[in-house]
Design a protein around this ligand. Structure first.
Ligand code: PXP
Length: 255
Protein backbone atom coordinates (compact mmCIF):
# COMPACT_ATOMS: atom_id res chain seq x y z
CA UNK A 1 0.00 0.00 0.00
CA UNK A 2 1.37 3.48 -0.81
CA UNK A 3 2.49 5.58 2.12
CA UNK A 4 -0.27 7.95 3.17
CA UNK A 5 0.45 11.12 5.06
CA UNK A 6 -1.23 11.59 8.44
CA UNK A 7 -4.58 13.32 8.11
CA UNK A 8 -4.76 16.52 10.17
CA UNK A 9 -7.75 17.37 12.32
CA UNK A 10 -8.78 21.01 12.55
CA UNK A 11 -11.27 21.59 15.36
CA UNK A 12 -13.85 24.26 14.56
CA UNK A 13 -14.62 25.99 17.83
CA UNK A 14 -17.43 28.30 16.62
CA UNK A 15 -20.32 26.65 18.39
CA UNK A 16 -18.72 26.83 21.81
CA UNK A 17 -19.06 30.57 21.25
CA UNK A 18 -22.66 30.08 20.03
CA UNK A 19 -23.46 28.49 23.39
CA UNK A 20 -21.67 31.25 25.29
CA UNK A 21 -23.51 33.94 23.36
CA UNK A 22 -26.88 32.33 24.11
CA UNK A 23 -26.56 33.74 27.62
CA UNK A 24 -24.38 36.73 26.81
CA UNK A 25 -21.80 35.89 29.47
CA UNK A 26 -18.23 34.60 29.41
CA UNK A 27 -18.72 30.84 29.40
CA UNK A 28 -18.24 28.37 27.88
CA UNK A 29 -15.02 30.00 26.68
CA UNK A 30 -14.09 28.98 23.10
CA UNK A 31 -10.40 29.55 23.80
CA UNK A 32 -10.50 27.12 26.71
CA UNK A 33 -12.17 24.59 24.39
CA UNK A 34 -9.46 25.19 21.77
CA UNK A 35 -6.68 24.62 24.31
CA UNK A 36 -8.34 21.39 25.48
CA UNK A 37 -8.83 20.22 21.87
CA UNK A 38 -5.15 20.78 21.10
CA UNK A 39 -4.18 18.84 24.23
CA UNK A 40 -6.51 16.02 23.10
CA UNK A 41 -4.92 15.76 19.64
CA UNK A 42 -6.37 18.42 17.34
CA UNK A 43 -3.73 19.63 14.87
CA UNK A 44 -5.18 23.10 14.52
CA UNK A 45 -8.08 25.35 15.43
CA UNK A 46 -10.57 26.77 12.95
CA UNK A 47 -12.77 29.73 13.82
CA UNK A 48 -15.15 31.74 11.65
CA UNK A 49 -15.48 35.45 12.36
CA UNK A 50 -18.83 36.23 10.79
CA UNK A 51 -19.94 39.66 9.74
CA UNK A 52 -22.79 39.50 12.27
CA UNK A 53 -20.48 38.09 15.02
CA UNK A 54 -23.07 35.49 15.83
CA UNK A 55 -20.47 33.21 17.40
CA UNK A 56 -16.78 34.23 17.42
CA UNK A 57 -15.95 37.82 18.32
CA UNK A 58 -12.92 39.90 17.39
CA UNK A 59 -11.32 39.44 20.80
CA UNK A 60 -11.79 35.64 20.56
CA UNK A 61 -9.74 35.59 17.36
CA UNK A 62 -6.98 37.64 18.96
CA UNK A 63 -6.93 35.40 22.04
CA UNK A 64 -6.86 32.24 19.92
CA UNK A 65 -3.86 33.57 18.03
CA UNK A 66 -2.09 34.46 21.29
CA UNK A 67 -2.93 31.42 23.35
CA UNK A 68 -2.99 28.31 21.17
CA UNK A 69 0.19 26.52 20.22
CA UNK A 70 -1.19 25.00 16.99
CA UNK A 71 -2.05 26.75 13.70
CA UNK A 72 -5.09 29.04 13.65
CA UNK A 73 -7.27 28.79 10.55
CA UNK A 74 -9.25 32.06 10.33
CA UNK A 75 -12.46 31.49 8.38
CA UNK A 76 -13.95 34.61 6.84
CA UNK A 77 -15.79 36.25 3.99
CA UNK A 78 -13.60 37.94 1.39
CA UNK A 79 -14.49 41.49 2.45
CA UNK A 80 -12.21 44.46 3.06
CA UNK A 81 -13.15 44.56 6.76
CA UNK A 82 -12.28 40.91 7.28
CA UNK A 83 -9.04 41.15 5.34
CA UNK A 84 -8.00 44.04 7.59
CA UNK A 85 -8.75 42.03 10.74
CA UNK A 86 -6.96 38.97 9.37
CA UNK A 87 -3.88 41.02 8.47
CA UNK A 88 -3.90 42.38 12.00
CA UNK A 89 -4.38 38.94 13.58
CA UNK A 90 -1.80 37.17 11.39
CA UNK A 91 -3.23 33.66 11.60
CA UNK A 92 -1.43 30.71 10.07
CA UNK A 93 -4.19 30.46 7.45
CA UNK A 94 -7.34 32.09 6.15
CA UNK A 95 -10.17 30.06 4.69
CA UNK A 96 -12.35 32.20 2.45
CA UNK A 97 -16.00 31.23 2.65
CA UNK A 98 -19.26 32.57 1.22
CA UNK A 99 -21.43 34.32 3.77
CA UNK A 100 -25.08 35.21 3.79
CA UNK A 101 -26.66 36.69 6.90
CA UNK A 102 -29.82 34.62 6.66
CA UNK A 103 -28.11 31.24 6.37
CA UNK A 104 -27.96 28.95 9.40
CA UNK A 105 -24.46 27.77 8.51
CA UNK A 106 -22.13 27.97 5.49
CA UNK A 107 -24.53 26.28 3.13
CA UNK A 108 -22.40 25.93 0.02
CA UNK A 109 -19.04 26.61 -1.52
CA UNK A 110 -17.71 29.90 -2.85
CA UNK A 111 -18.75 31.11 -6.27
CA UNK A 112 -15.18 30.83 -7.50
CA UNK A 113 -16.09 31.43 -11.14
CA UNK A 114 -18.27 34.51 -10.60
CA UNK A 115 -16.05 35.93 -7.85
CA UNK A 116 -12.81 34.99 -9.57
CA UNK A 117 -11.25 38.43 -9.97
CA UNK A 118 -12.12 39.67 -6.47
CA UNK A 119 -10.99 36.41 -4.84
CA UNK A 120 -7.73 36.61 -6.77
CA UNK A 121 -6.99 40.06 -5.33
CA UNK A 122 -7.87 39.02 -1.75
CA UNK A 123 -5.86 35.81 -2.05
CA UNK A 124 -2.80 37.67 -3.32
CA UNK A 125 -3.04 40.20 -0.49
CA UNK A 126 -3.16 37.50 2.18
CA UNK A 127 -0.42 35.41 0.58
CA UNK A 128 1.79 38.48 0.41
CA UNK A 129 1.40 38.76 4.20
CA UNK A 130 2.47 35.09 4.45
CA UNK A 131 -0.96 33.87 5.42
CA UNK A 132 -1.81 30.57 3.72
CA UNK A 133 -5.12 30.83 1.84
CA UNK A 134 -7.72 28.17 1.29
CA UNK A 135 -10.96 28.47 -0.67
CA UNK A 136 -14.06 26.66 0.58
CA UNK A 137 -15.54 25.23 -2.61
CA UNK A 138 -18.05 22.80 -4.01
CA UNK A 139 -16.46 19.48 -4.97
CA UNK A 140 -16.59 20.13 -8.70
CA UNK A 141 -13.96 20.06 -11.40
CA UNK A 142 -14.88 23.60 -12.52
CA UNK A 143 -14.43 24.94 -8.98
CA UNK A 144 -11.02 23.26 -8.70
CA UNK A 145 -9.88 24.78 -11.99
CA UNK A 146 -11.13 28.24 -10.99
CA UNK A 147 -9.37 27.93 -7.59
CA UNK A 148 -6.12 27.08 -9.30
CA UNK A 149 -6.49 30.14 -11.49
CA UNK A 150 -7.21 32.31 -8.43
CA UNK A 151 -3.85 31.23 -7.02
CA UNK A 152 -4.83 29.76 -3.64
CA UNK A 153 -2.51 26.93 -2.59
CA UNK A 154 -5.26 25.12 -0.66
CA UNK A 155 -8.90 24.25 -1.26
CA UNK A 156 -11.45 22.87 1.18
CA UNK A 157 -14.28 20.76 -0.22
CA UNK A 158 -17.76 21.33 1.20
CA UNK A 159 -18.88 17.86 2.28
CA UNK A 160 -22.37 18.98 3.36
CA UNK A 161 -24.33 17.58 0.39
CA UNK A 162 -22.70 14.16 0.77
CA UNK A 163 -23.30 14.05 4.55
CA UNK A 164 -26.87 15.20 4.05
CA UNK A 165 -27.57 12.46 1.50
CA UNK A 166 -26.19 9.82 3.88
CA UNK A 167 -28.20 11.22 6.80
CA UNK A 168 -31.37 10.89 4.72
CA UNK A 169 -30.53 7.35 3.64
CA UNK A 170 -30.27 8.37 -0.01
CA UNK A 171 -27.62 5.91 -1.11
CA UNK A 172 -27.70 6.88 -4.78
CA UNK A 173 -27.24 10.57 -4.12
CA UNK A 174 -24.59 9.85 -1.48
CA UNK A 175 -22.62 7.72 -3.93
CA UNK A 176 -22.83 10.46 -6.53
CA UNK A 177 -21.72 13.15 -4.06
CA UNK A 178 -18.82 11.05 -2.78
CA UNK A 179 -17.66 10.38 -6.34
CA UNK A 180 -17.68 14.15 -6.96
CA UNK A 181 -15.44 14.69 -3.91
CA UNK A 182 -13.07 11.91 -5.00
CA UNK A 183 -12.82 13.19 -8.58
CA UNK A 184 -12.35 16.81 -7.56
CA UNK A 185 -9.67 15.80 -5.03
CA UNK A 186 -7.78 13.80 -7.65
CA UNK A 187 -7.83 16.74 -10.07
CA UNK A 188 -6.79 19.19 -7.37
CA UNK A 189 -3.81 17.10 -6.25
CA UNK A 190 -2.81 16.71 -9.89
CA UNK A 191 -2.76 20.49 -10.12
CA UNK A 192 -0.63 20.81 -6.99
CA UNK A 193 -3.38 22.06 -4.66
CA UNK A 194 -3.56 20.88 -1.04
CA UNK A 195 -7.02 19.45 -0.31
CA UNK A 196 -9.03 19.83 2.87
CA UNK A 197 -12.62 18.80 3.53
CA UNK A 198 -15.31 19.70 6.00
CA UNK A 199 -18.91 20.42 6.90
CA UNK A 200 -21.35 18.07 8.56
CA UNK A 201 -18.76 15.35 9.23
CA UNK A 202 -19.24 12.85 12.07
CA UNK A 203 -17.23 9.78 13.15
CA UNK A 204 -18.59 7.62 10.30
CA UNK A 205 -18.24 10.14 7.48
CA UNK A 206 -14.81 11.32 8.67
CA UNK A 207 -13.65 7.70 8.57
CA UNK A 208 -14.89 7.30 4.99
CA UNK A 209 -13.48 10.56 3.63
CA UNK A 210 -10.16 9.85 5.38
CA UNK A 211 -9.67 7.00 2.93
CA UNK A 212 -9.15 9.50 0.11
CA UNK A 213 -5.36 9.86 0.01
CA UNK A 214 -5.53 13.34 -1.53
CA UNK A 215 -7.17 14.86 1.55
CA UNK A 216 -4.67 16.37 3.99
CA UNK A 217 -6.98 17.92 6.60
CA UNK A 218 -10.53 17.69 7.92
CA UNK A 219 -12.20 20.62 9.67
CA UNK A 220 -14.91 19.49 12.05
CA UNK A 221 -16.94 21.43 14.59
CA UNK A 222 -20.65 21.00 15.17
CA UNK A 223 -20.68 17.23 15.62
CA UNK A 224 -17.69 17.23 17.98
CA UNK A 225 -19.17 19.95 20.17
CA UNK A 226 -22.46 18.08 20.29
CA UNK A 227 -20.69 14.84 21.14
CA UNK A 228 -18.76 16.63 23.88
CA UNK A 229 -22.05 17.07 25.75
CA UNK A 230 -22.23 13.31 26.11
CA UNK A 231 -18.65 12.05 26.35
CA UNK A 232 -16.57 15.18 26.93
CA UNK A 233 -14.52 17.17 24.42
CA UNK A 234 -11.23 15.31 24.93
CA UNK A 235 -12.88 11.93 24.41
CA UNK A 236 -14.76 13.21 21.33
CA UNK A 237 -11.52 14.49 19.78
CA UNK A 238 -9.69 11.24 20.60
CA UNK A 239 -12.50 9.19 19.09
CA UNK A 240 -12.49 11.35 15.94
CA UNK A 241 -8.71 11.00 15.69
CA UNK A 242 -9.07 7.21 15.88
CA UNK A 243 -11.83 7.19 13.21
CA UNK A 244 -9.69 9.30 10.89
CA UNK A 245 -6.61 7.13 11.41
CA UNK A 246 -8.63 4.00 10.77
CA UNK A 247 -10.14 5.49 7.60
CA UNK A 248 -6.68 6.52 6.44
CA UNK A 249 -5.62 2.91 6.50
CA UNK A 250 -8.39 1.92 4.10
CA UNK A 251 -8.33 2.50 0.38
CA UNK A 252 -11.06 4.66 -1.10
CA UNK A 253 -12.48 1.56 -2.80
CA UNK A 254 -13.00 -0.24 0.47
CA UNK A 255 -14.70 2.72 2.10
N1 PXP B 1 -15.07 24.05 7.20
C1 PXP B 1 -15.67 25.19 6.87
C2 PXP B 1 -15.03 26.04 5.83
C3 PXP B 1 -16.86 25.62 7.51
O1 PXP B 1 -17.45 26.77 7.15
C4 PXP B 1 -17.39 24.80 8.52
C5 PXP B 1 -18.65 25.22 9.23
O2 PXP B 1 -18.52 26.44 9.82
C6 PXP B 1 -16.71 23.63 8.87
C7 PXP B 1 -15.58 23.25 8.16
C8 PXP B 1 -17.18 22.74 9.97
O3 PXP B 1 -18.46 22.24 9.74
P1 PXP B 1 -19.22 21.51 10.90
O4 PXP B 1 -19.40 22.48 12.01
O5 PXP B 1 -20.49 21.08 10.25
O6 PXP B 1 -18.36 20.34 11.32
Amino acid sequence: MPHLSRLRLGFNVDHVATLRNARGGAFPDPVRAALLAVEAGADGITAHLREDRRHMRDEDMARLKREISKPLNFEMAATDDMVAIALDTRPHACCLVPERRIERTTEGGLDVAGGHDHLKIVTAELLKARVRVSLFIEPSLEAVRASRSIGAPVIEFHTGAWCDALAHGEAGRAGHEFARIAEAAALARGQGLECHAGHGLDFATARIVAALPEIAELNIGHFLIGEAVFIGLSAAIAKMRAAMDEGRRLTADQA
